[in-house]
Write a protein that binds this ligand. Sequence first.
Ligand SMILES: *Cc1c(COP(=O)(O)O)cnc(C)c1O
Length: 398
Amino acid sequence: MPGFEFFGAEERKEVNDVLNTGILMRYGFDVQRQGIWKSLELEKEVCKTFGSQYAHLTSSGTAALTTAMAALGVGCGDEVIMPSFTFVASFEAILSVGAIPVLVDVDDTLTLNPDAVRKAITTKTKCIMPVHMCGSMADLSALQEICAEHNVLLLEDACQSIGGTYKGKKLGTIGNAGTFSFDFVKTITCAEGGVVMTNNEDVFTKCDGFTDHGHDHKGVDRGADLHPFIGYNFRISELHAAVGLAQIRKLDTFLGIQKRNHSKLKAILSTVPEISFRSVPDAEGDSCTFISWFLPTEEQTRKFVAAMKEQGIMAGNFYWYDNNWHYIKKWQHLKTAGTLYNLNEEQKQALLNLSTQTFAASDAVMSRCISTAISLLWTDEQMEAKANKIVEIVKSIL
Ligand SMILES: *Cc1c(COP(=O)(O)O)cnc(C)c1O
């Protein structure tokens, strides 16, 4: 999964280009920067690599989601449908624009269950936000159909699936907008950063302004820019963009290694008939940052996790069901509306209602799921040893 495993001379070169001019900001200083525009260059590279018409960089993936929602006009009173299994950024972004997160079940794709989405649609639904978790994708055809039927927006959180595809198109470029995160553990990293991709010029222009205090970037200098709307500061710096530029050029290498390791790992795990695998709506398009698999029961899965921990080899394997960060079960701060400031009443009620909502269908999937992260650095021997150890432990607890 993480591009930081392949950090080297290329990243240093790009960063040094910026350090040599001393212009660390992406806007202005046209003379002093001596033609160095890393953020612009990375945006062009994102468009080219992923086949998106427009791309705008942000300071993080969370900022990218917030920006995308603002640019799509999602705000106060609007409901956004999101999955019960995701990263906390999903609801953070929704709440930050004043909208209401509506959490629905995932299925064995580990992403939004389209039937559950359909049931959650109301007259207030403004946007469906699938999260392509752990390298692979949601059933986008089914979700697109629902969006068209109900005139609802589709925002793809592809933060964890950089380079994945669905029916030949890159994840993150299929909805009205899509986002990547370039944080430190993502497939390509800037240390901190993100991007909004869209094929809609108006959405792009709004992202461009929103991330920079509403500046329209048309003035002769920043003081002369107009502010057609209120924005924030979600800008990326040139130093971060420089790292990203070196990383994006390595993406094909990363994906090649991931896919190769994924298929070898899968072949070894498949020798155990009790192990089943995550459903992937388009198997060709899995970015293979993780391999996610299931044991038949929660009890067996817990035994497996306990045995792995006892042997000190759980690192790199994730039991999301007990994780404080990724699953509704442990999001106490969300379910108690634990914000530092007053939420609007509708948001607050929606959050408090979550504490009585049950997610039995998600529990049934997540309680049996293990995700094994795919390293870019494994030798074949190391990978086989890890896989064989997993197989040995699974066999011992069945
Ligand atoms: C990492 C991540 C984000 C947020 O990205 P940051 O850059 O860390 O803010 C959003 N959604 C998902 C699914 C993520 O994994």
